[in-house]
Design a protein around this ligand. Structure first.
Ligand code: GDP
Length: 435
């Protein structure tokens, strides 16, 4: 999918515009505390076409000097986006910071569209003329808070998307992303997997200029590791900006069916790992947890179980993810990774006939009848059916969707999960009204 990055000084309205584009659109399976709050990356739709938006303003922490913030924003936008929207404030007029960031953007060959924000009515439109001097052609008057002019701006953005920006996932290839905080051993693991397989590796440029995917065949199955370039050491921005590595990982997740969340067995689990796992879960992809550096861990016969318990406790939201303990260094159990990825990918694509699903749901209801709260109607489930794969998504038709509470929904999810052995895959149960 094409990517748009929003750049601009603080308080010109970048987040308002980001939120307007991305709206309430959420591909989320379930909220993880702390993950959704500081969202800087999201999916948006315009005239039936999906695209992704990055709010580069959310990446920097506020105490950096303005010039540094603007430079980093511009660099990230140039690196990640197909089209850049530079937001300026029509009420402030042209500022030195606008000019500085424009100079950096002009040096790249990326298309830049200037949105002059806070132009709330027709009389204010002459405020755009100042901004012709930035060198990006006609500025677009917009109002982030009212939505005025944003359609014309998006039309112009769409005119500049490269024609190959919509490239699709190849159907018979398993695409997986390897994510994790810096230094857990992502690139070592990838090298170890590729070395182990003695595979024919081909690199292919992804949609982002800097994304490189690695394709290979193992045991007759085609695989592609997405954004292997994102795992290389990438200099200052990548090293210093946690949110940028998260952004990079999310871009990779988007093109993957399965996500490998890599943990460092030697260092243990830290808060940042939890965030990475949260994003992996939210993406709705299949998830495999890989504990790396197992060679460096001093262990006895209980160590692996204890680590597993720790993971289950900390990452209770991805209880479905299988866990593999490996060493990229000694290659211990690295040969297990691809078969597990394949299994998870198959589970993620699982499709079940309606009568089988109904048997499971009706058995579940018989075993544990739908609850009634005092004074409330009883939930009645008429039938259930699968409406989507990747992840498997089920609709249960009920007398009143409000009556399907979290705990009973969870119970039904667990029953479906048990019946269909959905290891590694999230699943969704949605209630719809039907009498
Ligand atoms: P990335 O930032 O996640 O891609 O991590 P790297 O692959 O660059 O690895 C970070 C460091 O951990 C390097 O010094 C590696 O040599 C080391 N490392 C990676 N995998 C292992 C492992 O399985 N065992 C041990 N002992 N060290 C490892």
């Amino acid at each position: 999918k094409p990517v748009v990055a929003i750049v601009g000084r603080p308080n010109v309205g970048k987040s308002t515009i980001f939120n307007r584009f991305v709206g309430e659109r959420i591909a989320i399976v379930e909220d993880i505390p702390g993950v959704t709050r500081d969202r800087i990356y999201g999916e948006a739709e315009w005239l039936n076409h999906m695209f992704n938006v990055i709010d580069t303003g959310g990446i920097m922490i506020g105490d950096e000097p303005l010039s540094e913030q603007m430079r980093v924003q511009a660099e990230i936008a140039i690196e990640e986006a197909d089209v850049i929207i530079l937001i300026v404030n029509g009420r402030d007029g042209l500022t030195a910071a606008d000019e500085d960031v424009s100079k950096i953007l002009l040096r790249s060959n990326k298309p830049v569209i200037v949105g002059v924000n806070k132009v709330d009515n027709l009389e204010m439109e002459e405020q755009i003329y100042d901004f012709y001097s930035l060198g990006f052609g006609q500025p677009f008057p917009i109002s982030g808070s009212h939505g005025r002019g944003t359609g014309d701006l998006l039309d112009e953005v769409f005119n500049h998307f490269p024609s190959d920006a919509w490239d699709e996932i190849e159907p018979d290839t398993i695409h997986f992303a390897v994510v994790g905080r810096p230094n857990v051993g992502k690139s070592s693991l990838v090298n170890s997997i590729l070395g182990e397989e003695r595979v024919i590796v081909s690199e292919r440029a992804g949609t982002t200029r800097d994304a490189i995917d690695t394709s290979f065949v193992s045991d007759k199955q085609k695989y592609r590791i997405v954004d292997t370039a994102g795992m290389r050491k990438r200099g200052k921005i990548y090293e210093n900006t946690e949110k940028y590595s998260v952004l990079r990982a999310m871009r990779a997740l988007e093109r993957a069916n399965v996500v490998l969340v890599v943990l460092d067995g030697e260092e243990g689990i830290i808060e940042q790992d939890k965030k990475v796992a949260g994003y992996a879960h939210e993406s709705g992809r299949g998830v495999v947890i890989v504990v790396n550096k197992w060679d460096a861990v001093e262990k006895d016969d209980r160590t692996m179980n204890e680590f597993t318990e720790r993971i289950r406790e900390e990452f209770s939201f991805i209880a479905y993810a299988p866990i593999i303990f490996v060493s990229a260094k000694t290659k211990q159990r690295v040969q297990k990774v691809l078969p597990v990825v394949k299994l998870v990918s198959d589970n993620h694509q699982m499709r079940m006939p309606t009568h089988v699903i109904n048997d499971v749901i009706m058995d579940a209801v018989a075993m544990n009848p739908t609850p009634t709260a005092s004074g409330m109607k009883r939930l009645r489930i008429n039938y259930a059916t699968q409406v989507a794969v990747a992840p498997p998504t089920f609709v249960v038709f009920v007398n009143d969707p409000e009556l399907l509470h979290f705990s009973y929904r969870r119970y039904l999810e667990n029953k479906l999960r048990e019946a269909f052995s959905l290891e590694g895959s999230p699943l969704k149960v949605i209630a719809r009204r039907k009498n």
